[in-house]
Design a protein around this ligand. Structure first.
Ligand code: TZD
Ligand code: CA
Length: 527
């Protein structure tokens, strides 16, 4: 008869969850001690990095990831990263070890008091099984609910004396069962949408991360072509849902109310696909919609549909909707003029301008490269210079919680051994997740981390000016030697200041299938 631990590992294997991202403690050892040989334990040195590695891995593989944290302290360390996972809809099954059942109430050392409450509201579901025999079913529950729409992180706390207990015989059903969403527009709903699109004079598409998450980018292109409509990326994008050199592509919408309205002026129908309406950032009140415009949103997340301040919404799947819409809308029989070329990168006499750096990255990197970006003052520079044409090519922290990018790049590279992953990380952001470099070195994960060293929290300097708060302290981060830090963690590192030196270092890192850090001195810019 299997024990709870064995039953759980069988369940994880059945769901292809054989990679465990974790950082262990005494509460977790009894579970980990039984780990079968076909499992890989990926050790992270700080739980923020553990969670972000798992998140990057989950998003890049297009499936769930399993995380094992130490009690309340480990959970707490992971929660900064977790703020992003909610909004990227990452199906993370997060487990944490708990003290022995009979001692939790005494609040002994390392007891996780009110464990299921701790990670709320950052998980869509959380639980501590009521008895040992319910542990496999609870973990099965967690896996299914994480993967059902809207996907998202879940949390299970397991007392460590549960693992040795006998699993109930019914557990065998869990290994076999599947759950599947049937989220699809009805024929009537499709008809209403087609009619709205066909009747619109100037429709526009606004695409969000769910399109890329469902790998429906090509279907979005088909719809844009049929409608001959411009395409924007929804504000604060965490992924890239549309090829940026396609003739319909207009850019990323600004993350401010009036900015969106101004950019979409003149359109009578705004179809938002796979994005919240909208992820504004800078508070700048104004009109939510251009005069005379109707907004319709397609999302898999009932929460996103319900909380939008305007428009109609359908809760459905993106790939299915896009495919059926592209098939059904009458073609307009016109094409948009081709885009102009990528503008020349701006330069600066004081050092490498971020636009220059991104242009060099674009010219040197292979066509199927994957970018994980976490440098907040270089957003405009990035989108002006990059050419992202393939699905699954761009990631950014979905809630702006820094410390995600560097470890997420490590996790994405682990999930995508056939593509190179390049982290474009600010010298402020790098510090929050820096320990993931050790994991990259230890597991020989060939990620390339480019650190943009401008010596400051660039975006905060810009914000300080906007908020009239320029006297705020703590905005600069001079004097950090990332090449030394990276070597300390066992990663080959170089520090460069010129285009020639950067290209040489980047080419060498691409040729060498090993982790690398390239620290680049860049000039201060505004987002
Ligand atoms: N801490 C965390 C966990 N998340 C945050 N978003 C911040 C602090 C605040 N913050 C921003 O929102 S942007 C930023 C900070 C500190 C500056 C990041 O600096 P960087 O990038 O060097 O990574 P830039 O390009 O210089 O802005
Ligand atoms: Ca910086």
């Amino acid at each position: 008869m299997a024990d709870v631990r064995q039953a759980t590992y069988d369940l994880l294997r059945a769901h292809e969850l054989t990679t465990i991202f974790g950082n262990p403690g005494s509460n977790e050892l009894p579970f980990l001690a039984g780990m079968p040989d076909d499992f890989l334990y990926v050790l992270g040195l700080h739980e923020g990095a553990v969670l972000a590695m798992a998140d990057g891995y989950a998003q890049a593989r297009g499936g769930p990831a399993f995380v094992n944290l130490h009690a309340a302290a480990g959970t707490g360390n992971a929660m900064g990263s977790l703020t992003n996972s909610v909004y990227s809809h990452s199906p993370l099954i997060i487990t944490a070890g708990q003290q022995v059942r009979s001692t939790i109430g005494q609040e002994v050392m390392l007891a996780n008091v009110e464990a299921p409450t701790l990670p709320k509201p950052l998980v869509k579901w959380s639980s501590e099984p009521a008895c040992a025999q319910d542990v496999p079913r609870t973990i099965s529950h967690a896996i299914h609910i994480a993967n059902l729409p809207a996907k998202g992180p879940v949390y299970v706390s397991v007392p460590y004396d549960d693992w040795e207990q006998e699993a109930p015989v019914e557990t065998r059903h869990l290994v076999e069962r599947t759950t599947a969403p049937a989220n699809s527009l009805t024929a009537d709903q499709l008809g209403v949408l087609v009619e709205a699109l066909a009747g619109a004079q100037h429709p526009v598409l606004v695409l969000g991360p769910e399109v890329d998450a469902e790998r429906a980018n090509d279907e979005a292109v088909r719809l844009a072509d049929a409608l001959c409509a411009p395409v924007w990326i929804a504000p604060s994008p965490a992924r890239c849902p549309f090829p940026t050199r396609h003739r319909s592509f207009r850019g990323v919408l600004p993350a401010a109310v009036q900015g969106v309205t101004d950019a979409l002026a003149g359109h009578d129908l705004i179809l938002v696909i796979g994005a919240p309406v909208f992820r504004y950032h800078q508070f700048a009140p104004g009109e939510y919609l251009p005069e005379g415009a109707r907004l319709i949103q397609l999302t898999s997340d009932p929460g996103e549909a319900a909380r939008a301040p305007m428009g109609d919404a359908y809760v459905t799947g993106m790939r299915d909707s896009l495919t059926r819409l592209a098939d059904a809308v009458p073609g307009r029989g016109a094409t948009l003029p081709p885009l102009e070329g990528i503008p020349p990168a701006r330069t600066s006499p004081d050092g490498l301008h971020p636009e220059q750096l991104f242009a060099l990255v674009r010219e040197t990197a292979p066509g199927d490269v994957v970018y994980v970006k976490e440098s907040t003052s270089t957003t405009g520079a990035f989108w002006s210079q990059m050419d992202l044409s393939r699905p699954n090519s761009y990631y950014f922290p979905a809630s702006g919680g820094l410390g995600w990018g560097l470890p997420a790049a490590v996790g994405a590279q682990l999930a995508l051994p056939d593509r190179r992953v390049v982290g474009l990380i600010g010298d402020g952001s790098a510090n929050y997740g820096i320990t993931a470099l050790w994991t990259a070195a230890r597991y020989d994960i060939p990620v390339i981390i480019v650190i943009l060293k401008n010596g400051t929290y660039g975006a905060l300097r810009w914000f300080a000016r906007i908020l009239d708060a320029c006297k705020a302290p703590g905005l600069d981060v001079p004097g950090i030697d990332f090449a030394a830090i990276a070597s300390g963690y066992g990663v080959t590192a170089t520090s460069v200041r010129t285009s020639t030196d950067f290209v040489a270092a980047f080419e060498e890192a691409l040729a060498d299938y090993r982790p690398a850090v390239i620290e680049v001195e860049t000039t201060v810019t505004e987002p």
